[in-house]
Ligand binder design. Structure first.
Ligand code: PHE
Ligand code: FE
Length: 282
């Protein structure tokens, strides 16, 4: 979500945005998008939540390869007042939060190489646009993301980003939603990954626990492999509601309470699945 440097790279504006330069994508790059799009859109019905699937439909992201932000933004603006802006890659935290707080989602302009279909370290346009943007068509989630941006700026001033980043990770990137039909995915890190879209719902290895704000903020995460724990929200509205309070008192409690080990089931946890952790132990 962020980079360490503080000066925009050559050619980028002071807010780190660049032109998407849609006309410059090569046929190979468009083909990578199409391949990934086909694979995920086939897999996700019955796995991703309705808000995501509706968003994917509304934005029509498979028309002619890599989507043109100018076109997505017409629809997105109409639906929730959000827009997508192009950035060269990871941006500094403050820049990232400032964009979110103004309902702009910074998306990587580049796309992975054909030999990196399954994994790459830095978020590319497929992760950012296919993974994140459909959820931004949902009014509740759209408000949550804006609030998160404003909260990030506040947390930076208070020196509390460490805990807040875990909230982003376990909701925006790896969140699950409870529905009458079973658990569904809303996290961008999951829906943009073929293997994790299966693992997150079907594998016996990870814990699946009820979302609790303080609990989530006490839980470390891994960036290099499938998650060992997923947190389940009862609704997107419940997620938004849980974050409306000022986090000042919460940050003070967190400074005193320790982390909870990543694979633990703690007293008070609502357990959807107690995982075997076999995958992590392999
Ligand atoms: N309410 C939080 C605060 O006071 C801000 C926030 C909102 C953080 C939504 C994350 C998500 O810091
Ligand atoms: Fe992401």
């Amino acid at each position: 979500m962020s980079a360490d440097g503080f000066t925009p790279p050559p050619g980028a504006r002071p807010d780190w945005t660049i032109d998407q330069d849609w006309a410059a994508y090569t046929p190979t790059e468009h083909q990578v998008w199409m391949t990934l799009y086909e694979r995920q859109s086939r897999l996700l019905p019955g796995r991703a939540c309705d808000a995501f699937l509706h968003g994917l439909d509304a934005l029509d992201l498979h028309r002619g390869g890599i989507p043109d932000f100018a076109r997505i933004n017409e629809e997105l603006d109409r639906l929730t007042g959000w827009s997508v802006v192009a950035v060269p890659g990871l941006v500094p935290d403050e820049v990232f939060f400032e964009h979110l707080a103004n309902r702009r989602f910074p998306a990587g302009q580049f796309i992975r190489k054909p030999e990196q279909l399954d994994y790459l370290q830095e978020p590319d346009i497929f992760h950012d646009v296919f993974g994140h943007v459909p959820m931004l068509t949902d009014p509740t989630f759209a408000d949550y993301m804006q609030a998160y941006g404003a909260g990030g700026l506040k947390a930076m001033d208070r020196g509390q980003l460490h805990n807040l980043a875990r909230l982003y990770w376990y909701t925006v990137e790896f969140g699950l939603l409870e529905t009458p039909d079973g658990l569904r995915i809303y996290g961008a890190g999951i829906v943009s990954s073929h293997a994790e879209s299966i693992f997150a719902l079907d594998d016996p290895s990870p814990n699946r626990l009820g979302f609790d704000l303080e609990r989530v903020m006490r839980t470390p995460y891994r960036i290099d492999d499938f998650q060992q724990v997923y947190f389940v929200v009862p609704s997107l509205q419940a997620l938004l509601d849980a974050t409306l309070q000022d986090f000042g008192a919460l940050y003070e409690r967190l400074a005193r309470s320790g982390d909870i080990p990543i694979a633990a089931v703690a007293p008070g946890d609502q357990v959807f699945t107690r995982g075997t952790q076999a995958y992590a132990a392999r």
